[in-house]
Design a protein around this ligand. Structure first.
Ligand SMILES: Cc1cc2nc3c(=O)[nH]c(=O)nc-3n(C[C@H](O)[C@H](O)[C@H](O)COP(=O)(O)O)c2cc1C
Ligand SMILES: *[C@@H]1O[C@H](CO)[C@@H](O)[C@H](O)[C@H]1NC(C)=O
Length: 211
């Protein structure tokens, strides 16, 4: 676009047919058009960025990789106080009815309610402490207070240096049918596998960038 206007301006100059007033008018018109274009590209650029990256606590490259995974899951950061959610998938938000800004920074316990079995929570806490994976069937509550049985799988996620960078929680609503006919266990394992690869690759590219 800018080139097009530049060429037009040069042509006017080359032909030397335009009067000074006409040239001035043309120059003013070009400046106006450019300023409008710049204004819009800035504001649409900003919109596009906000939409694509969203408010998130993971790097933008990891965010993009995770965005391709269609299942319900969250990443939590065990190095931050109270182990908050740092990434929530779109499917997680659809399943639970919360908006992204309502869950980021929160501990996962907001999904529990009066009838949630404390022994399931105990099991989760023990496996987090032992840094091990676990699968539990747990009663969860949506934002609208309706409850559902969640087949929850939690697993540590290590980065390229072998350190635990995150824990992932994959949620499958009991009774939901998979398009590919996979069992809940297989679905959980395939999501966890994709996430582990995404985190590892992202930590490799971020470590190779720093000197
Ligand atoms: C990756 C990950 C996912 C978790 N997902 C859930 C969950 O879906 N529901 C839940 O009740 N607790 C979940 N937890 C455990 C909670 O963070 C919390 O420890 C648990 O609800 C017990 O709450 P309390 O610390 O208040 O006792 C998860 C923990 C991790 C590390
Ligand atoms: C791996 O994770 C650990 C613990 O969070 C962190 O200190 C380290 O910087 C990470 N390494 C890379 C390459 O991301």
């Amino acid at each position: 676009m800018c080139n097009f206007f530049l060429i037009t301006a040069l042509e006017i100059e080359e032909k030397c047919e335009a009067s000074d007033t006409e040239k001035q008018l043309a120059a003013t018109a070009i400046r106006n058009v450019l300023s409008v274009l710049t204004h819009y590209s800035e504001s649409t650029g900003r919109l596009v960025c906000e939409k694509r990256f969203g408010p998130s606590f993971v790097s933008s490259s990891l965010h993009i990789s995770l965005g391709r995974i269609k299942q319900s899951f969250v990443l939590v950061d065990p190095h931050l106080p109270d182990i908050p959610i740092v990434y929530a998938s779109d499917a997680f938000l659809r399943m639970t009815g919360y908006a992204r800004n309502e869950v980021l920074g929160q501990n996962c316990r907001f999904l529990t309610g009066v009838d949630t079995d404390p022994s399931a929570l105990h099991q989760i806490k023990q496996s987090i402490q032992a840094q091990q994976a676990c699968s539990v069937r747990i009663l969860h509550y949506r934002k609208d207070k309706s409850s559902f049985w969640n087949l929850l799988h939690i697993s540590p996620v290590r980065n390229a240096t072998g350190k635990i960078a995150y824990f992932v929680g994959v949620q499958i609503e009991e009774g939901s049918v998979d398009r590919h006919g996979l069992s809940p266990e297989m679905r959980q394992l395939s999501v966890v596998g994709s996430i582990k690869v995404a985190v590892r690759i992202s930590s490799m590219s971020s470590s190779s960038k720093s000197p």
